[in-house]
Design a protein around this ligand. Structure first.
Ligand SMILES: Cc1ncc(COP(=O)(O)O)c(C=O)c1O
Ligand SMILES: [Zn+2]
Length: 407
């Protein structure tokens, strides 16, 4: 029934039949969905894409669920905003922000979960489990709700309040774990095996990445099929970056784009930068980052499962990986809000902070065409931004422009 021709292991290249309930390959490698691109190329032209809906499902021929299984809340086809004022201050004349905050549940995670939950519906899966840094939980909870699927979510206990409240409101079974996402992943996996739930952990199933890759199709279409020179992507698990890289490959095989690729720039937090370290040390895989700490909860991933795929895309594209501090993220977030009207997640803000550094170092120039991914909404991070705008009891003279109280 599945539209995919087969699944392929990203480590050992083993092929598996499509349309079955699977997690990882026997060798431990993540499985990727493959399509008959030659056939799609003959039947579906680039010029027809705009006839599709204003959601990520405009690319449905390159997504695994059949049309009848699609469960959607209108995810994708987010705006690509020209960032004139931010660009002028930083010295980048052709700068855009891809604003993923406009997705259902306020982050790009909606794309992956829409695709994965659609596939769960197609494959008859009724119960799922996921460990999450926060935004994936919100997204899973919403799509599971609309699909009538039972969702078990494992979150670090210091997850942003908004993600916790959303997950509960959407009716998910939430477990708070005293630890990091890596601890959540271990517990979720143990429970999933014991209870027979399908493990929807990032890259432990083949479908979330398929939804996320649509960020790559969209940036191409929105730039009239001319990819930018550089893409900044906040990298935790790195699945958005790997997904876009896969999308570029698929588009090239369809004849929609050429072989030129943007420099892929993986942005991490100073307090958790396993990919940056692996790149610096010229290693194919990342080592576990001890004591991971950052307000950008989505970047607090000490050992991404798809590290080798992120590093491969970064290297092949002649991009780089760079870390920024939490203070730099919050500063950049407030600047993006006040200059562009986009209040970003700290993860998205990290991209602007990283851009500033790479323009100063000369890695990028003022004429490069650059896209920053704001992967989520700043509204989810009230605790982090509140540190910049404390609401202490104000004195009378401060009340104009502040809080007005009755006398
Ligand atoms: C807002 C935000 N940005 C980025 C990420 C990192 O995503 P990826 O797994 O694609 O690296 C996350 C993950 O939780 C996130 O919530
Ligand atoms: Zn394998």
């Amino acid at each position: 029934m599945s539209k995919a021709t087969h699944l392929e292991c990203s480590l050992c290249n083993k092929r598996l039949e499509a349309g079955q309930v699977v997690n990882l390959c026997d060798c431990g490698g993540p499985l990727l969905v493959r399509y008959d691109l030659e056939r799609i190329r003959r039947h579906w032209k680039r010029r027809e894409v705009h006839l599709g809906p204003p959601t990520m499902w405009r690319y449905a021929p390159l997504l695994p669920p059949v049309n009848d299984s699609i469960i959607t809340l209108g995810e994708g086809w987010t705006p690509l905003l020209f960032a004139r004022r931010l660009g002028a201050r930083l010295g980048a004349r052709h700068l855009w922000i891809k604003d993923e905050a406009l997705n259902p549940t306020g982050s790009f995670k909606a794309r992956g979960m829409a695709c994965a939950i659609s596939m769960c519906a197609e494959l008859g899966i009724r119960k799922v489990a996921v460990p999450s840094a926060g935004n994936a939980a919100s997204a899973l909870a919403a799509y599971a709700a609309v699909a009538g699927i039972e969702a078990h979510i494992f979150l670090p206990q210091d997850v942003p309040e908004a993600n916790y409240l959303e997950s509960k409101a959407y009716g998910a079974r939430v477990t708070l774990v005293n630890g990091l996402i890596s601890d959540c992943a271990r517990i979720a996996s143990e429970c999933a095996v014991r209870e027979g739930w399908y493990d929807l952990s990032t890259l432990k199933e083949p479908y979330r990445i398929e939804g996320k890759k649509t960020m790559g199709f969209e940036v191409a279409e929105q730039l009239d099929w001319e990819l930018p020179d550089a893409i900044f992507y906040p990298t935790g698990g790195g699945v958005g970056l790997i997904g876009m890289w896969k999308a570029f490959e698929e588009m090239e095989q369809l004849g929609w784009i050429g072989s030129r690729r943007p420099k892929m720039i993986a942005v991490q937090a100073e307090g958790c930068q396993p990919v940056v370290r692996a790149l610096e040390e010229n290693e194919p895989r990342a080592r576990f980052w001890e004591g991971a700490r950052t307000v950008a909860s989505g970047l607090r991933v000490p050992k991404p499962l798809g590290d080798f795929l992120v590093l491969e895309a970064v290297r092949k594209s002649r991009g780089t990986a760079i870390a920024v501090s939490d203070a730099e993220m919050l500063d950049a977030g407030i600047q993006m809000a006040s200059e562009e009207g986009v209040f970003p997640a700290p993860e998205g803000a990290a991209c602007a902070a990283a851009l500033e550094k790479l323009l100063v170092s000369g890695f990028l120039g003022p004429d490069d065409r650059i896209v920053l991914y704001n992967t989520g909404s700043g509204l989810k991070y009230a605790e982090a931004y509140a540190t910049r705008f404390p609401r202490a009891a104000s004195a009378e003279q401060d009340k104009l422009g502040g809080l007005i109280t009755p006398r």
